[in-house]
Design a protein around this ligand. Sequence first.
Ligand SMILES: [Zn+2]
Length: 105
Amino acid sequence: MKKQRPPFQSCPHCDARAIVRSSGQISLLVRELDYQCENVGCGHTFVVQAAVVRTIVPSACPRVGVHLPRGNPNLGPKRKPANDDAPTPANDPGPLTPAATDMSG
Ligand SMILES: [Zn+2]
């Protein structure tokens, strides 16, 4: 089974990568993670809250007492797909030149 990594978090002060040092469940829907900045010149240690905020696809085994709004997966922060590199088609001649668009004959 693939080991799960916590979500990437950058240091709010220096933008360096921060790593999780410890975490704990606060409630059924909220977890807190203690992050430490990897920049030795910064050393910032901070707390991040991760919360379940809405349902994209309902559970097949719903728990009594868990009520989440149904939400569009495209709402929230802007996400980029992992494969967002749109290759140029092989038959694309590139931008049109003025000669190619000159219709005066
Ligand atoms: Zn930092």
